[in-house]
Design a protein around this ligand. Sequence first.
Ligand code: SF4
Ligand code: SF4
Length: 382
Amino acid sequence: MLYRSIGKTGMSASIIGLGTEHLDRKPYQLCQEVIDAALEAGINIMDLFMPGTAVRENIGRALKGRRTKVLIQGHIGSVEKNGQYHRTRDVAVCRQYFENLLRSLNTDYIDFGMMYFVDTEEDYKGVFETEYIDYVLKLKEEGKIRAIGVSSHNPKTAAKVVETGLIDLLMFALNPAYDMLSADISLEDAMEGKLDPSQYETINPDRYYLYKLCESRGVAITTMKTLGAGKLLSPDFSPFQKPLTAAQCIHYALTRPAVVSTLIGCSTKEHVLEAVSYLSLSDEAKDFSEIIKAGRGSLSGQCMYCNHCLPCPAEIDIAATLRLLDIALLDASSISEGVRQQYNDLQHTAAACIECGNCEERCPFDVPVIEHMHRAVELFGN
Ligand code: SF4
Ligand code: SF4
């Protein structure tokens, strides 16, 4: 397993994480098998948004004696109403469900207290203009949560939350289809397979701005809907000419700025093993560039961080270099220390480019790499 640092928290997450939604309303035995398989594979982060006591207790029981081996994203304001998941900002109700979460898991802390489902302006106000945020801050002060996170599907609202400077972690719905949707199209329609291919245009600027903003602010992203609820793997629903594989979807997510972990919903131990098999695949097996390029011709000039252009004779990690350049260009006059550090940590920086042009010939997205290498040297100084 590989691990990535979660911003400034001092915690590190496995790049493959566990989504537990499919364990809801399932027998304990299954829950234990999935959690055993995940921990044995080195998975150390899981999301638990479900409000039901039974599934929380099952997970707590399966984790008995191993609580410290896993980082838990627990959601504040995820409640049950008429048998359905529902969100509330009512502090009394949030407290009741949060205390139940601690009790059910038999723990006295949650690693990431996630402000649940902050998508709309109304959600934003419900969080930041009410006592809800005071409650969340108090939980952190008391050590009942170690860090504050948020879950969202909306890039504009999520960016606004990141700008508050209060969060360390964003759980975001992220996959290549969502990233290429025009800003005015709903994710729900996309998930229902109701869109025709022309509605998938180019990189959605709001979403890419969000990823870069997170990285520049030291906010880590964990992803949900990485496989588009399985639809990206289906020839009937994939908006690209071919379905993607799970490994290609995972690789896409893990190569976006700020992403530390993809949380894959698993309902069997075989699903866990399939998800972690990503780690042993070749670069070719993970490469998503040709499928996305074949489906969408309009991505020209935008680096997709796919590294399809390697090998580079100067051994530059081209995708990592261009990712850091993109983040730096958010505000070239004040590049964050973290981004500068990451750039300086590269084994070979842009200054090593010998302008052979091999990468530009290989890039499926017509990225003017040499020009970008010059810009990187200008901005970072090496
Ligand atoms: S320059 Fe092209 S091939 Fe290389 S990482 Fe970017 S998009 Fe991929
Ligand atoms: S042009 Fe520069 S970055 Fe591209 S392959 Fe050649 S040396 Fe590497």
